[in-house]
Design a protein around this ligand. Structure first.
Ligand code: AFP
Length: 339
């Protein structure tokens, strides 16, 4: 019965096929799982105890920090520091690399995470998520960590995934061998395999975008939107618009039903020409997952997984989802460039 397989069992089964595997990766995952359970426990208490609202701080992105954001960040940093598998980590909430404290064992993996994505929705009880992305350092373990060890293109990810704190709590991830989803069974306290080998439909019927920014978009982007809103000979009705404003939720729905999530660049803020989403802790992990599920992710013209980050908090436009829908976006942008 596939439902009875835990994440650890799943990893161990696959690890057997990797002769170099030392078990450290599984330890890293175990700490991610424990962090997810702790964060889930707090998220589900929101409203009952004083975990809602702002801390009063401003994070590296210039956004107000929510209490649950800060809590999730602390849990992940604390737990992951102790797994013995990491050379360093980074968080959406911290400006710089987070080093492993002296005296704790280290390893060759680097993790970057967004502790609680979609947190502006917390107070309204909307589903939010944790996103993680794992790389292996390139320089030798004993040498000083270089920027090239963590500023790697998404295609070099060893694993990526998210935890969705929704109507149930789910962990969806890939280690480059397909995508699997595990649902937390509260009666046993374990994430159990519930969605083996997830495949995104080749074409969807949903588009997800913040259309409030319509007047800030350029002509090619308006053409892209016009495509999804139009009925055509091949598709008798327009796509449905579904937008939560919480990437993990929007992405997960489209992964299951088929569709496309769009966060194009806009001219709202000259300091953010690449849109809002972060390449390393949002776009690249989602791109790895979607490609492993048969979909695509681009920034309009380039494959997200081919982009080498210049810094940890780089932003990038994102079009991610069903293969044919993303190809259509690419075709429209390419046509406008040529014209
Ligand atoms: P918050 O974590 O501040 O809620 O931002 C969430 C997010 O990064 C991503 O999850 C959403 O897809 C996107 O922002 C929504 O942005 P808009 O509010 O600009 O549509």
């Amino acid at each position: 019965m596939s439902q009875q397989i835990t994440v650890t069992e799943h990893l161990l089964l696959h690890q057997k096929q990797v002769p170099m595997a030392t078990g450290r990766f599984t330890r890293l995952f175990n700490e991610l799982i424990l962090s997810a359970k702790i964060i889930h426990r707090e998220v589900s208490k929101a409203g009952l105890v004083d975990v809602l609202g702002f801390t009063g701080d401003i994070n590296v992105q210039g956004e107000e920090v929510k209490k649950l954001d800060e809590f999730a960040n602390r849990v992940l940093i604390h737990r992951l520091s102790r797994c013995g598998a990491l050379c360093a980590m980074a968080s959406e909430e911290n400006a710089d690399i987070i080093e492993i404290p002296d005296g704790l064992p280290t390893g060759d993996y680097f993790v970057i995470f967004d502790p609680l994505d979609g947190s502006s929705n917390i107070d309204a009880n909307v589903s939010i998520g944790t996103i993680f992305s794992i790389y292996r350092r390139k320089s030798p373990s004993e040498s000083r960590l270089l920027a090239s060890d963590y500023l790697q293109k998404g295609a070099d990810q060893v694993a990526a995934g998210y935890i969705l704190y929704g109507s149930s709590c789910m962990m969806v991830f890939t280690t480059g061998d397909g995508v699997n989803g595990f649902t937390l069974d509260p009666s046993v306290g374990e994430f159990l395999l519930s969605h083996p080998n997830i495949r995104i439909p080749e074409q969807g019927s949903i588009y997800s975008v913040n259309e409030g920014y319509y007047h800030y978009w350029d002509k090619p982007t308006l053409d892209v939107l016009a495509h999804f809103k139009a009925a055509s000979m091949t598709r008798k009705k327009p796509y449905s618009l579904r937008y939560i404003g919480s990437l993990v939720s929007d992405f997960h729905r489209n992964l299951v039903y088929g569709g496309i999530f769009l966060y194009p660049s806009d001219n709202r803020d000259p300091n953010k020409p690449g849109g809002k989403l972060r390449l390393m802790c949002e776009a690249a992990p989602m791109a790895f997952i979607v490609e492993q599920a048969g979909g695509l992710a681009i920034d309009g013209t380039r494959r997200i997984l081919d982009i080498v980050p210049e810094h940890l908090h780089q932003r990038v436009p994102l079009f991610v989802g069903s293969k044919l829908d993303v190809e259509k976006v690419q075709e429209i942008y390419a046509a406008t460039k040529q014209a």
